[in-house]
Design a protein around this ligand. Structure first.
Ligand code: IMP
Ligand code: MG
Length: 181
């Protein structure tokens, strides 16, 4: 009998824990941007679910935009080179921007995006990430809003994938190193 791949996964943060933490981040953003308008820029695809929850946990005037960058593809390691596959739809000049990311890992992706976006002269630029893996950092970059700081483990769920799978899991789960899922 086939055992579903999801049964090999270990829950790191449950949907309840995520919900509580995202609500806290939303409160912080609401406080920090009171009376301001913000563009939340999601990094596709991993941040989609986090952005949806985070945005709804704030009480600010905000719009969404999305970018897509080349990423891990089907491997567990990064090449170091980032390519913008989908650019912004709207100008960000003079606007408050929050980049919303699923995981800040080596920092290569967010360093690249920060550099590109700063060339457009936003009024301010901050980073919100659901997860932070500080141990893996190659580029010196920190997020302003961090859901959870985690050790160097590969995780899936809550938008995050392994070879495009598991994004729809409601919990954040650890994918065992030897998993062939
Ligand atoms: P960075 O450029 O190394 O910071 O890469 C960040 C991107 O790598 C994230 O946006 C994720 O898409 C991906 N990534 C890093 N760690 C994981 C993981 O544990 N699970 C799934 N994707 C990951
Ligand atoms: Mg990502």
């Amino acid at each position: 009998m086939d055992i579903p791949a999801s049964q090999q996964l270990l829950v790191l943060y449950s949907r309840e824990q995520i919900e509580k933490r995202v609500a806290e981040l939303g409160e912080a953003i609401t406080r920090d941007y009171a009376g301001e308008t913000v563009i939340m820029i999601g990094v596709l695809k991993g941040s989609a679910i986090f952005l949806a929850d985070l945005a709804r946990s704030t009480r600010i005037d905000c719009t969404f935009d999305f970018v897509a960058v080349s990423s891990y593809k089907k491997a567990r390691s990064t090449s170091g080179a980032v390519k913008l596959l989908k650019d912004l739809d709207e100008p960000i000049e003079g606007k408050h921007v929050i980049i919303v990311e699923d995981i800040l890992d080596t920092g290569i992706t967010l360093s690249y995006l920060r550099k590109v976006f700063l060339q457009h002269h936003p009024k301010s630029l901050r980073i919100a990430t659901c997860l932070d893996k500080p141990a893996r950092r190659i580029q010196p970059i920190e997020a302003d809003y961090v859901g959870f700081s985690i050790p160097n483990q590969f995780v899936v769920g809550y938008g995050m994938d392994f070879a495009e799978k598991f994004r729809n899991l409601p919990d954040i789960c650890i994918l065992p190193p030897d998993s062939t899922a």
